[in-house]
Design a protein around this ligand. Structure first.
Ligand code: FEO
Length: 397
């Protein structure tokens, strides 16, 4: 019987699925859960690559023991220190007191800072350094800011496996199988974009640098810290990360996001969408900002080239949820979008002014029709909303 957790000869998956946590980083909903992946490389010396979230430490230790029996873990390789991967370091050290903790200088500073583990029994590695486990050799490549300053990847030269940390990761649990060729992966693609947009989305340039740096490696398997082990779909996964980090759209279409208290701005949004459809846009994704979670809206903003935002004026400012969304977009420095906007007010207009400042800040290709309505939508602005949609459609061509 094939053991699905032995992903390559002598290399074992020892991660866990989290179907309990509501929000990753306290922010991002997990409707399909998330996996925390760690791996054992079984050679003359035994290496554990990364650990997992503290909620699953017991499971990690049990799985490692199941693979290695009474032998000790010789090396703990730390690719990334965010606590969803580092939180079990202390338990690993306690269980196998002679384990050598392997990381770069920034990693080991964080090991001390987070967990009070100082420099005894640690090994500092630099970019390109190697570590022999016996028959196998590991090589370390630093990829800072994918997604923290200390992040690195570990390349196993015999099987040509890249242990990539967060890079190429996705939300979504592993439901039985571990390697992509043993499962239907369709459910992961949207979650991969949502994961990228929300967790890594700010770091497009570092991701590009990492992709270039790793491009000379022959990679037969990518073992990320979240989601499936990639074997069959490596080109597709790299292409998604490459496009997203260039801020290139993955699909043709327009995201239309609006806030509305009593339906007036919503009617403007519906009319703009009609104009988009009349202009030939087939993929129109509409989000009511009060209902769609920002992580989903950000996912779609990363996915599509067109973005239209509509907001009522609220306390002489943007509608609060729209204000929060545009801050998230600014934080991620999303580039190269075709942008349109509209707004409304009851006695004094502010939303359109704020959206105009946002558009200038983002330096996007902005549609030259802006609609601002006082109170209910009237025929002249109804026509302008249609025109905003049509003009955006033209620009998309
Ligand atoms: Fe999955 Fe940046 O930690």
């Amino acid at each position: 019987m094939k053991r699905v957790t032995e992903i390559a000869p002598g290399i074992h998956y020892v991660g866990a699925n989290d179907r309990t946590k509501h929000r990753f980083e306290g922010l991002w909903p997990l409707p399909h859960g998330v996996s925390y992946n760690a791996y054992i490389i079984d050679d003359e010396k035994i290496a554990l690559v990364d650990t997992i979230d503290s909620a699953f430490t017991g499971r990690l230790l049990g799985e490692v023991r199941e693979v290695i029996g009474g032998r000790p873990v010789d090396y703990l390789i730390i690719n990334h220190m965010e606590p969803d991967h580092s939180a079990s370091i202390h338990a690993v050290r306690k269980t196998w007191p002679d384990v050598t903790i392997v990381g770069n200088a920034k990693t080991l500073q964080m090991v001390e800072g987070f967990y009070g583990i100082s420099s005894t029994n640690t090994l500092t590695v630099g970019d390109g350094d190697t570590l022999s486990l016996g028959a196998r050799t590991l090589q370390f490549h630093l990829i800072p800011m994918v997604h923290w300053p200390e992040t690195m990847v570990t390349y196993e030269k015999t099987e040509q496996i890249l242990f990539s940390g967060d890079a190429f990761g996705t939300f979504g649990t592993l439901d039985g199988a571990v390697v992509d060729e043993d499962m239907n992966v369709d459910k992961y693609w949207d979650e991969m974009v949502r994961y990228y947009a929300n967790i890594v989305g700010k770091y497009g340039n570092p991701v590009q640098k990492a992709l270039q740096k790793l491009s000379p490696l022959t990679i037969k398997m990518i073992c990320s810290t979240h989601g499936p082990v990639w074997k069959k779909h490596i080109p597709q996964v790299i292409d998604i990360y490459d496009k997203l980090s260039r801020y290139e759209n993955l699909d043709e279409g327009v995201v239309l996001v609006y806030g509305s208290m009593y339906g007036n701005t919503e009617l403007m949004a519906e009319t703009v969408a009609q104009g988009l459809a009349e202009g030939g846009v087939k993929n129109i994704v509409i989000h009511n900002v009060s209902k769609s979670h920002p992580s989903v809206i950000l996912r779609d903003i990363f996915k599509y080239k067109g973005l239209i935002i509509g907001s009522p004026t609220y306390c002489n400012e943007l509608y609060p949820e729209i204000d929060s969304l545009i801050r998230k977009i600014e934080l991620r420095d999303v580039k190269n979008r075709i942008f349109g906007y509209f707004g409304s007010f009851t006695w004094a207009g502010a939303a359109v002014k704020r959206l105009n400042a946002f558009a200038e800040n983002m330096k996007w290709d902005t549609v030259d029709i802006v609609v601002e309505e006082k109170q209910g939508l009237k025929p002249d602005n109804y026509a302008l909303c249609l025109e905003l949609g049509r003009k955006t459609a033209q620009k998309m061509k």
